[in-house]
Design a protein. Structure first.
Length: 349
């Protein structure tokens, strides 16, 4: 069991196995007449992190699912990471998770049942940390290992956060550094340093619990989590959904220093190129920005990435206090601003 490397059994890695944005848009197209569900507050009409249903008593049900192929070799760690990533969608809506069920696909002729049991043990640990039960699930025999959760949560409707409600002048914050896609690719190529493995595992399995507290701040106008489309992709969704553009200050963006060590070796996830090809026409760079480095970092696919938050300038101190209370002292400075709609959706300065 100890010698099995799960990443060698999958073509993708974590949220890097997401379908490309342009392809996904085609898949979701429909000519069918959509039934009007008045209680459905958030659904397919927006590119948000979860569906939200009005329960009629001032609260709403948040419902989401997320699953992927292994991003790490260790089965227990894979279960933790996939679970934290799925639960994050509830936090990204400002909600409180209450229940999870497991989604397991396992190549039973290639990988042992004992390894699958370790995946579930990792999931149970993270669910316990989030204070929710792993209450059941479904499993099938698949060519590649797949794991994730379907998660339900609750939110007071007044505290509900979406990714398309940012306002001009909002300041942008990010609660985790980016670059973990590079580290996971380095592991798959068997060149990841031991000290970087520990760093990667810690970040990938950390819950975005601050999202529930941030949801209670009225000046937090929009929120999402950064996953497979990279920082650029998820910020584009926020900007376009809000009818705005954004400016990013490159030197203010938290980036894993360890990730930069692998760039000279051209250790870049395939999904980085996929992401960049999907939205490069919407991104501009100001003179002085290291465009080659920015290209490899900003579209880097994240798994269980940080919360991207659009904050009214008058509420910055309140947001910073919440971040400090959750141990996120390194992420209390803004990385950019939402601006009026411009030629480029995002300008990196």
């Amino acid at each position: 069991m100890d010698t099995v490397k799960l990443t060698q059994f999958s073509h993708g890695a974590g949220c890097g196995c997401k379908i490309a944005p342009a392809v996904l848009d085609k898949i979701l197209q429909s000519n069918s007449q959509v039934t009007d569900h008045k209680q459905l507050l958030v659904g397919n009409s927006s590119k948000d992190d979860a569906a939200v249903y009005d329960l009629g008593n001032g609260t709403a049900l948040i419902s989401t699912t997320d699953f992927f192929t292994p991003i790490v070799d260790d089965a227990f760690a894979f279960g933790k990471i996939a679970s934290a990533n799925a639960i994050s969608d509830v936090y990204a809506m400002g909600g409180k998770p209450i229940l999870a069920i497991a989604i397991l696909g396992w190549p039973v002729e290639k990988l042992s049942a004992e390894l699958a049991q370790q995946v579930l043990e990792g999931a149970r640990q993270v669910c316990a940390e989030a204070g929710i039960p792993l209450a059941g699930g479904h499993s099938i025999d698949t060519p590649e290992p797949i794991f994730g959760l379907a998660v339900n949560g609750l939110v007071d409707i007044v505290n509900l956060k979406q990714n398309n409600t940012a306002k001009q002048g909002d300041l942008l914050f990010l609660t985790k550094p980016i670059g973990v896609g590079i580290l996971s690719t380095a592991q798959k190529r068997e060149v990841l340093k031991d000290e970087h493995l520990a760093l990667m595992l810690t970040q990938l399995s950390s819950l975005n619990k601050a999202g529930e507290a941030l949801g209670k701040i009225a000046g937090v106008h929009a929120m999402t989590d950064v996953t497979g489309f990279g920082l650029l992709g998820h910020l584009i969704e926020m900007a376009e959904g809000s009818g705005l553009s954004a400016e990013l200050i490159y030197n203010s963006i938290p980036i894993l220093a360890a990730a930069k060590e692998y760039l000279p070796q051209r250790i870049i996830p395939d999904a980085t190129y996929r992401n960049w090809n999907g939205y490069s026409s919407k991104v501009g760079f100001a003179p002085g920005v290291n465009v080659m480095e920015a290209f490899t970092i900003l579209p880097d696919p994240q798994t269980n990435g940080g919360l991207l938050i659009a904050v009214d300038p008058g509420s910055v101190s309140e947001v910073q206090e919440v971040l400090k209370n959750f141990g996120l002292i390194d992420f209390i400075e803004p990385i950019g601003t939402m601006i009026s709609q411009s030629e480029k959706t995002i300008t990196v300065k």
